[in-house]
Write a protein that binds this ligand. Sequence first.
Ligand code: FAD
Ligand code: MLT
Ligand code: ZN
Length: 521
Amino acid sequence: MSPHLSLLRNLPKYLRPSAPRSSIRPLGRALHGTSIAFAGHLPPRNAGFKKIEEQDRAFFRSILPEQAVRTSDLGPFNTDWMNKYHGKSDLVLFPRTTEQVSKILKHCNDNSIAVVPQGGNTGLVGGGVPVYDELILNMSAMNKIRHFDSASGVVVCDAGCILESLEETLGAEGFITPLDLGAKGSCHIGGNVATNAGGLRFLRYGSLHGSVMGLEVVTADGTILDNLSILHKDNTGYDLKQLFIGSEGTLGIITGVSIWTPPKPKSVKVALVGLDSFKNVQATYEKTKTHLNEILSAFEFWDKESLKLVLSHSIQGTRDPFDDQYPFYVLIETHGSNAEHDDAKLQGLLEDLMEGGEVVDGVVAQDESQSQSLWGLRESIPEACSKAGAVYKYDVSMPQSVLYQLVEDMREHMRSKGALGSKVTDVIGYGHVGDGNLHLNISAPKYTDEVQSLIEPFVYEWIQGHRGSISAEHGLGVMKGAVLPYSKSPEMIGYMRKIKEAFDPKGILNPYKYLPLTESK
Ligand code: FAD
Ligand code: MLT
Ligand code: ZN
């Protein structure tokens, strides 16, 4: 055994963390010849939308059970997870069937009532809460698994199934969901599809554009599009479901999801390593791919500032497994079918990394509880970021070679403006290295236009300059509709508008979001 491996020690047993719980600003820059119209000031309420009246509520009561029409204590439904976006809706509906969703939308479309589809409300771009008084269509009462076929691994379920519940049910059948997020205890599978969520297993099981087999969707006028296919192959016409994946509730309400699920791995290994530079994070990723190849299921990184935040707030009983602190941490996970084989591969990788000097220290989880503890450090970061009072989140993708440079440049930018340590508490970085996806988080005591204008357009110009995307996985919502031209050309945005008009000609679904605003919508 290599002498370096003595640095790799068994984790002490400690508490398994429980499952995690669950504006717009001025930019005057012209891009691609398009002026970015707003980004700090809310667009005005569209006067074309009707205010909900007693006769509308009476209609909804006539088609839904009493408890499915809620008009009081609506604070949590009007407020997003970050406490950044606040709506003023006075009506939340909880349909139980696709037919009820269809009747609700037909009434809303006929009467020009604006609607916000809402899943678990864990979204991070203000997409799932109203901007003004839009009716909230909450999907949590549609939470049944409709069918599971173990031969194909395809499950068909209601859109309101909570991801973690789905995972538990599938677990009993020997399968897992193809995606996993820190928000799994609250987010819905329908919300995941609507945002095209990426998450922690993307590297292994890929995008929802590949794993979703079919969708049942209700369009704005109440039409039910039943495309709950369970087929892996189907080349009959335009693949309409792909348009709804990532459409963030702007084209239709997803009521049912058919999704491929992988077999539950017989062997899961988790290691955490400490590194002294981001260059070594990248070198470690290269070696990890070569050593682990088909069993690699996650490769997540975070910086020491992220870990400090998690530990200082003791989120979910987290503890530092190392004696020293390192500038960077990487969590490596494998999903395989033979523990001995996977162990040998992981040990081989860690020896190589120690000998090569890419990694300074490391621990390997010895059981599921320790694996959960290591994952707890990673999954607690989003919650820790918001503890300062406010957090500005940027979820961006770019070539891996410059992934961490944005964090360093943003820190320097804040320092040069005299904001770091005062108006801004922390600038931290973490994310999904294999996907080229950085989560840049800037914490501050409160949300202010001043901090916002220090960050934007700096961050979007940086991303555009490095040929990146302004949203890798969280989507556009109310936060990024106006800045879409940083990532998409006017021609592409033009076609997106045509698609929106085809499915929702009156623009009642999730208005003021997703696309740059026009005068009327
Ligand atoms: P909501 O927040 O309720 O809604 C999100 C958007 O989808 C809104 O625009 C809403 O209108 C629309 N929508 C919801 N349900 C439907 C429906 N049935 N039909 C049509 N439109 C609908 N995201 C990632 O991609 N990767 C991560 O790793 C990740 N980790 C997270 C960790 C934490 C702690 C938190 C708080 C969030 C995380 N997110 C992550 C963001 C968020 O959880 C995901 O975007 C998730 O997919 C949203 O699901 P939801 O059910 O909460 O949707
Ligand atoms: C994550 O990877 O943890 C999520 O996308 C949430 C976040 O960025 O905070
Ligand atoms: Zn993420």
